[in-house]
Design a protein around this ligand. Structure first.
Ligand SMILES: [Mg+2]
Length: 154
């Protein structure tokens, strides 16, 4: 099953694009996520974390949204004033990479908790949205172009 250029392997990990016969360039280095924890695992771990601290009373959808946006700001700070950054972050130190991992995790944790509190089954919603994206942006029509779908003519 191909999704936006990434293939999903049997263990659920995304692997980078392999060479295509039509000459699409191959990404220079392969990177994949670990198969776990799943989104549901992370949702459950965060629910336990908040229950143990009696923080659920503060975690309404709007508060979670604002917290997530704050964490996106913390990710942005790490990229601020650096100019363009190459894929793989070759010039970053290990402490900088670890800080980025922390802040991206904060964003994901709040995103998953926000989805939970809004009763959005995010893994399934992602599948539906990617199917819509494939319809909106047929590879044969948009290959190599960054235009928005509204700019394409039939
Ligand atoms: Mg943070």
């Amino acid at each position: 099953m191909a999704t936006n250029g990434n293939d999903i392997s049997a263990n659920g990990a995304a692997s980078e694009t392999q060479p295509h016969s039509n000459g699409v360039p191959v990404r220079p280095q392969q990177f994949t996520f670990s198969p776990g924890p799943t989104m549901e695992d992370i949702r459950r771990m965060q629910a336990e974390f908040t229950d143990e601290r009696d923080w659920n009373q503060f975690h309404q959808p709007r508060n979670l949204l604002l917290a997530m946006v704050g964490e996106v700001g913390e990710v942005s700070e790490l990229f601020q004033w650096r100019g363009e950054v190459a894929e793989g972050l070759p010039d970053w130190t290990e402490p900088e990479r670890e800080q980025l991992a922390h802040e991206l995790s904060d964003v994901l944790i709040y995103l998953l908790e926000l989805a939970e509190k809004c009763r959005v089954d995010l893994p399934q919603a992602v599948l539906r949205k990617m199917a819509l994206n494939r319809l909106k942006y047929p590879a044969s029509k948009v290959h190599g172009s960054a235009k928005k779908y509204t700019e394409y003519k039939d």
